[in-house]
Design a protein around this ligand. Structure first.
Ligand SMILES: Nc1ncnc2c1ncn2[C@@H]1O[C@H](COP(=O)(O)OP(=O)(O)OP(=O)(O)O)[C@@H](O)[C@H]1O
Ligand SMILES: [Mg+2]
Length: 274
């Protein structure tokens, strides 16, 4: 389970209302794309889901429990850039979360626990197509590789919810398409709920099972600061409706899931493709 329930959430900074009365239930295992004009509060919303920011009004529940007031291992995050630590190798970056949770003060693992964590990290590094780069530093990787690393770093903690803030926005179109396939596969292979902010409608409709738009309904310039954005569109693109999609499944089933525009061979088991 990994259901997010957002109830009448408002976010204000001083007298600026950023978000206004947001109510939304993100069902377990959904892939939600969040779109909207620049400055409408998408990142702010994601930061509230992460626990980096608190709503000024309203509540956010994860599986029926109030969200802890700080980021935790149940919620992973990947930002557009700079999610990874430049002074750590690929392996070091992926191991970091494990080390912190295992030994909060020393951030070090020892013996069998360490070997196990390294094995898990190597497996994940291979899954995101970075096998062979374990000893490299982020500066030695391309932008696409760094974002793959950031994904591996978030995924090793097996988060219930993965939060993505324009994670692929800075990538070239070719690399983007590649990472989209990877993202679909990762979502498919895990049980996590994904909330992804994107500026790219095509990306939203390619990846997500539901697209949500934030916007200020009242947009008179003199009023801008007085009203926040709210949900203006909520489009369910589930189940896939494209002609020729061979299998249409409910989101709660166990096996592979077909996406709009996705070929069945995109659903190959992990490790088949880099
Ligand atoms: N810590 C903060 N203190 C004060 N105001 C803030 C803070 N964080 C965000 N804001 C304001 O909240 C509004 C929404 O910002 P946010 O970054 O959430 O927008 P966004 O939708 O992610 O925009 P973009 O698409 O450009 O990334 C902006 O007006 C911003 O200035
Ligand atoms: Mg933003």
């Amino acid at each position: 389970m990994s259901e997010l329930r957002i109830e009448k959430v408002w976010k204000e900074y001083g007298n600026q209302i950023v978000l206004e009365d947001i109510s939304l239930t993100v069902e377990s295992r959904a892939f939600v794309a969040l779109v909207g004009p620049s400055g409408c509060g998408k990142t702010t919303f994601l930061r509230m889901l992460l626990g980096q920011e608190q709503p000024t009004r309203g509540t956010i529940l994860l599986d029926g429990e109030p969200l802890p007031p700080e980021p935790g291992p149940d919620r992973g995050v990947v930002f557009q850039r700079y999610s990874v630590f430049p002074h750590l190798t690929v392996l070091g970056n992926v191991l970091l979360g494990k080390e912190f949770t295992a030994a909060r003060y020393r951030a070090k693992l020892f013996g069998a626990a360490k070997r196990e964590a390294i094995e898990e990290a190597r497996h994940l590094i291979a899954q995101v197509g970075l096998a062979g780069s374990e000893g490299k530093y982020p500066s030695q990787l391309s932008g696409g590789m760094q974002q793959r690393l950031a994904l591996a770093q978030a995924l090793i903690m097996k988060p219930k919810v993965l939060l993505l803030d324009e994670p692929f926005g800075a990538l070239d179109p070719g690399i983007r398409a590649e990472i989209h396939t990877l993202m679909k596969r990762l979502w498919n292979d895990t049980r996590m709920t994904v909330v992804m902010v994107t500026h790219d409608m095509r990306e939203a409709f390619t990846l997500a099972s539901r697209v949500i738009a934030f916007e200020r309904r009242r947009d008179r310039p003199e009023e801008k600061i007085r009203y926040g954005a709210s949900i203006t569109n909520d489009i369910s693109i589930w189940p896939p409706r494209l002609a020729g999609t061979p299998s249409v499944f409910s989101p709660d089933r166990d096996g592979p899931v077909a996406f709009p525009g996705q070929r069945q061979d995109d659903l190959a088991p992990s490790g088949d493709k880099a």
